[in-house]
Write a new protein. Structure first.
Length: 298
């Protein structure tokens, strides 16, 4: 352990990135291949190092540390998780009592219902809390359900999925202030990647009709196959909301021929369930482009 500590100090990165590398070494039994590649990169940029470290870590503890769920002190993780799980169990029980139509076997919908109930607790009176909960339950949108499904399919454990789902929504609320800036950056990078496609989309006014906010909000769940999105979600959790921008660019380029031929947004607006092979290619290509531009973070 002393040797590892000395080794990590050689890297000219801030403390929080060194913690990532430390967690990664402790959590990984086989320290070969990608891990050695990451650790031996010299110099290691903070953006690339942070994103690579989180994307290499598949355990809940490391992911949750970076979305504000668990404290950095490992010895307190067990106690904190037991308290969080108890809190979730109480909320779930209250949800099932309050909402008679709730289906406990439909985990993504249940996660959404529990989240809405927890948010409604902040209302001033019991009556307004209940009214807020029932109103939001009736208007629960598909993007929220799709995001819940994506996180549940990746995490698998109900309580842990809910904690990440809740924290992820809180992160999205912060990112929402960057929506216009992100769309401007999207146009900039699309022009660099495919000038002709960028010019066509703007000239035909198709760009303005593409549902980018919904794509970003759901992290492409329901559009790309969930099983190909774990690496994208990892990088978002690591702090790179801009990875979603490069996924959008890759999708546009992938459907370039159809877009130029039909001059319509119908395909893009109703884009759902891209086959696995194509989803995998889009995910891999998106990460490659993101890394080429310096693994940008927000």
């Amino acid at each position: 352990i002393k040797g590892i500590s000395t080794y990590l100090l050689k890297f000219d990165v801030s403390a929080k990135y060194r913690i990532v590398m430390w967690e990664l070494l402790l959590a990984t039994k086989n320290r070969n291949n990608r891990l050695l590649y990451f650790m031996k990169k010299n110099p290691v940029s903070e953006a690339t190092g942070f994103a690579l470290a989180v994307s290499e870590a598949t355990g809940f503890a490391l992911k949750s540390f970076y979305v504000g769920i668990l404290p950095k002190h490992r010895e307190s993780h067990t106690f904190v998780m037991s308290q969080l799980k108890q809190s979730y169990d109480d909320l779930k029980r209250a949800t099932l009592i309050t909402n008679k139509d709730a289906d406990e076997s439909n985990k993504p919908d249940l996660l959404c219902s529990v989240y809405l109930l927890e948010q409604s607790i902040n209302s001033n009176t019991y009556q307004s809390r209940l009214q807020n909960f029932m109103q939001e339950l009736c208007t629960m949108d598909q993007p929220l359900k799709r995001l819940a499904r994506l996180i549940y399919n990746i995490v698998k454990f109900e309580e842990e999925a809910y904690l990440i789902f809740r924290s992820f929504i809180n992160l999205q609320k912060k990112w929402s202030t960057y929506t216009k800036a992100v769309q401007l950056k999207l146009q900039h990078f699309l022009e660099l990647e495919d000038h002709d496609l960028h010019r066509f989309l703007n000239k035909s006014k198709i760009m303005a009709e593409i549902p980018f906010p919904e794509w970003f909000e759901t992290c492409y769940s329901g559009i790309l196959q969930d099983s190909t999105l774990d690496r994208i979600l990892d990088k978002v959790i690591a702090g790179s909301h801009l990875i979603l921008l490069f996924v959008a660019i890759t999708i546009l380029i992938s459907f370039k021929e159809h877009i130029l031929k039909n001059s319509t947004t119908e395909l893009l607006i109703n884009l759902t369930n891209i086959p696995y092979d194509m989803s995998e290619v889009i995910a891999v290509k998106s990460i490659e482009i993101w890394e080429r531009y310096g693994s940008l973070l927000i």
